[in-house]
Ligand binder design. Structure first.
Ligand code: HMG
Ligand code: MG
Length: 309
């Protein structure tokens, strides 16, 4: 068995996490959360999105969040659905944008009100324009292991969307199990198929944890050479257009697993737990992270918990 020596974590909590929480946090609190996540050593953070505020009110004022967020030792990315969103992202000084397509027609329609083909045509313009401004673009594919509306998803569809996103200039594709239905062998086989059209270093995995499979899925994908993993602090969130979907796998749980396997992440678990406690206090909710729960149970104040690796 071989695992990558180092895994790059893409922290999506301030976007994917907060977009589906009942309480909307102010730009100031969102920036403070990003600050704490960066201080924990996370160098890639999704800071928000420039989408319709009527569709996702939690992400309104992402420009203010970016203005207050840290500028050093961290790359801040934002979700952009069209040229208008890109213009806002450029004006706000985002380091990176992410476009988001789907492997399911119905999800594409519900999420961004257009077909997959239309979305890819739109994104090609967005990515080209971003590149003209020196901004790199990531490409997401939702519903890679199942769709809340269509059920099974054809992996050929995932592969063709991945190829299209890379061809238009995305530096990486993130495979999203939006509703968290995948299991490890499926996840691994999907990565192996996508690896026929994309170098492994350009494939990231993005697991929601609805059925408790996310860590196992990540492990299965690491074994075939994936080294970029998306996760959300405290396991926050979900997708407003995928009813019933749980949050992403918790960053604390991913970091704990990787540390215990001697895989380098550059992240301090102590500081991550502090950031998660901050987010949960602000959201008035408990963490979904099992590691945060375990440390809280060992000591009233997880921040003062006894030594940990
Ligand atoms: P539309 O209705 O087709 O487009 O929406 P439109 O041009 O007719 O605009 C509709 C309204 O949105 C108008 O406002 C526009 O001005 C406004 P109104 O006149 O009705 O007041 N608008 C915008 N406002 C701000 N920024 C913009 C923008 N564009 C239009 N950039 C649209 C199309 C894509 C805009 C809309 O459907 C939308 O915003 N959807 C939200 C999508 C979203 O954020 N989904 C969640 C993120 S995806 C996800 O979570 C999955 C992921 O995590 C991976 C995984 O887990 O699988 C990435
Ligand atoms: Mg997601």
């Amino acid at each position: 068995m071989s695992l990558p020596a180092r895994v790059s974590i893409v922290e999506v909590g301030p976007r994917d996490g907060l977009q589906n929480e009942t309480l909307t946090l102010s730009p100031q609190i969102r920036a403070e959360l990003i600050n704490r996540l960066a201080a924990a050593g996370l160098s890639r953070i999704e800071a928000g999105s420039f989408v319709s505020p009527a569709a996702v009110p939690q992400m309104a004022h992402t420009d203010e969040t970016l203005a207050l967020a840290p500028k050093h030792n961290v790359r801040l990315s934002v979700l952009v659905p069209n040229l208008r969103g890109l213009a806002a992202a450029l004006a706000a000084g985002a380091d990176e944008i992410a476009v988001f397509a789907a492997a399911s027609e119905t999800f594409s329609k519900r999420n961004i009100n257009c077909s997959i083909e239309e979305s890819l045509a739109r994104y090609a313009e967005v990515v080209a324009e971003a590149q003209r401004h020196g901004v790199i673009a990531r490409g997401y594919i939702s519903c890679v292991l199942g769709c809340p509306y269509e059920g099974e998803v054809d992996s050929n569809r995932v592969t063709s969307v991945a190829g299209a996103l890379l061809d238009m200039g995305c530096f990486e594709v993130s495979l999203g199990d939006t509703i968290g239905v995948g299991a490890p062998l499926q996840a691994r086989r999907l990565v192996e198929r996508v690896a026929r059209v994309a170098p492994l270093e350009k494939i990231a995995v993005h697991f929601h944890d609805t059925y408790g499979q996310a860590l196992a899925n990540i492990f299965a994908c690491l074994e075939v050479g994936v080294s970029v993993v998306d996760s959300s602090i405290a396991g926050l969130g979900g997708c407003p257009f995928a009813p019933g979907a749980a949050g992403n796998v918790a960053t604390e749980d991913v970091v704990y697993m990787l540390q215990r396997m001697d895989v380098e992440t550059g992240v301090s678990l102590d500081r991550l737990l502090e950031a998660g406690a901050f987010a949960c206090r602000e959201l008035k909710r408990a963490p979904a992270s099992r590691v945060a729960q375990a440390y809280a149970a060992r000591c009233d104040n997880p921040i003062e918990a006894p030594s940990r690796r």
